[in-house]
Design a binder for this molecule. Structure first.
Ligand SMILES: Cc1cc2nc3c(=O)[nH]c(=O)nc-3n(C[C@H](O)[C@H](O)[C@H](O)COP(=O)(O)O)c2cc1C
Length: 176
């Protein structure tokens, strides 16, 4: 598998399936300094705001990754072939706070091209983003009462919009 740069305008995917079924790995921190973490995510989206191609991710403040998202200017999201499903499950169940879960997952972090956050050698899609907006979900804004059931600990997600600086993927899967 070789991944190539794809313009966000030419990016094509079953977007709901990509988030909800296939999942992404969100990474933040400095690869060069060896200070980073990652976690599996399934909630988020891609689109356009302020005329920029943007990814939105949502991170609960209880995640170890949250500190890295807060104190660094950028992040990456990576998708993987199905053979790495077990690794994504592990990275979404264990915390980097408790040990080297990345090593345990068998995935290989590597340098990104535009951001300090790592990407992953095994990924078939890498999206490098620069944070441009953050906010915290506010329960006053929930217009559907069932949403509150996701927050028994009141750990409302922090939202991060990341401008897509570069997107690389397997063109047979992600380009039309
Ligand atoms: C499929 C899946 C999707 C997830 N999506 C999110 C998400 O969108 N936002 C979030 O805060 N946590 C999400 N999580 C939970 C984190 O990945 C999980 O708590 C992880 O262990 C946090 O790792 P960390 O403490 O090293 O940051 C998800 C977990 C799984 C398995």
């Amino acid at each position: 598998m070789s991944i190539q740069t794809i313009s966000p305008k030419d990016f094509s995917a079953k977007i709901h399936s990509l988030w909800d079924k296939d999942w992404f790995l969100l990474s933040a921190g400095s690869f060069a300094e060896g200070k980073y973490n990652c976690m599996t995510i399934a909630w988020g989206w891609m689109g356009v705001i302020w005329n920029k191609p943007v990814v939105q991710v949502l991170v609960r403040p209880t995640r170890y990754t949250y500190g890295f998202m807060e104190s660094n200017p950028d992040f990456t999201i990576c998708a993987f072939p199905n053979q790495y499903r077990k690794a994504l499950s592990l990275l979404g169940a264990k915390s980097g706070r408790d040990g080297d879960k990345i090593k345990e997952s068998g995935l290989t972090p590597c340098k990104s091209t535009e951001v300090i956050a790592p990407s992953f050698v095994e990924a078939n899609l890498v999206i490098e983003c620069r944070k441009i907006y953050t906010d915290v979900l506010k329960p006053q804004g929930f217009l559907d009462a069932s949403i509150e059931s996701h927050y028994p600990l009141a750990d409302y997600h922090k939202i991060y919009y990341g401008e897509i600086l570069t997107l690389r993927g397997d063109p047979t899967l992600y380009s039309n």
